[in-house]
Design a protein around this ligand. Sequence first.
Ligand SMILES: Nc1nc2c(ncn2[C@@H]2O[C@H](COP(=O)(O)OP(=O)(O)OP(=O)(O)O)[C@@H](O)[C@H]2O)c(=O)[nH]1
Ligand SMILES: [Mg+2]
Length: 234
Amino acid sequence: MPPHFIDGAPHDHSHDRPRRERTPGEALRIGIGGPVGSGKTALVAALCRQLRAELSLAVLTNDIYTTEDADFLRRHAVLPDERITAVQTGGCPHTAIRDDITANLDAIDDLIAANPPLDLILVESGGDNLTATFSSGLIDVQIFVIDVAGGDKVPRKGGPGVTFSDLLVVNKTDLAPLVGADLAVMERDAAKVRDGRPTALISLTDDPAATPVLAWVREQLRRVDDTADSAVAH
Ligand SMILES: Nc1nc2c(ncn2[C@@H]2O[C@H](COP(=O)(O)OP(=O)(O)OP(=O)(O)O)[C@@H](O)[C@H]2O)c(=O)[nH]1
Ligand SMILES: [Mg+2]
């Protein structure tokens, strides 16, 4: 029997705003989304620890009912307190990063005003599901973090984060033997739908520097610098 599809769903997840216009010299904004517990905050902490000596950084977290993730990052002193802020969404986290992004934009304005000049702003989404993505009116590029613990089927289940994120991160590879997940299957299924966009398999436990993700972030920053240089030259 063929599957039933819901067409024109009342809670549509596909709309977006036009890509925001980045002024040369403005901080690059990287969105980090993905399902609950996949390792988004752990990745934010890793990137802050690796980049804070060379860049001016700030972090914005989203949580539904608390400011748990921002509190965690402050407690672990990954950045000075004034460089970490939070949005408490009160409802589905994806609404705050895609549908009504006002609270996130206001929080980013506050970070920029309090910490001039900023090179990079990391925006963590509240833990959500495979349908959640950031509005391109809020961030410049986005990372989608899934983990191995949910089983090796997750990339095959697809969704906009798995398919269209600028970088797909498959975290917790250390757990693969424990849950019987085949990493080669995850890599292959991701490659099938990602049309050449990169995927990084990592374990933040085994590699706390998140080396491949760090290299990707540095590449994004270099691209931004190149754009700024060419804008000055013209
Ligand atoms: N074994 C293992 N555990 C990890 C790894 N990365 C993160 N964790 C653990 O996974 C749990 C969830 O990590 P978080 O960084 O809080 O995940 P999150 O995606 O930010 O969670 P939410 O914001 O609640 O959606 C924590 O207990 C982390 O210590 C990893 O590579 N391997
Ligand atoms: Mg988190």
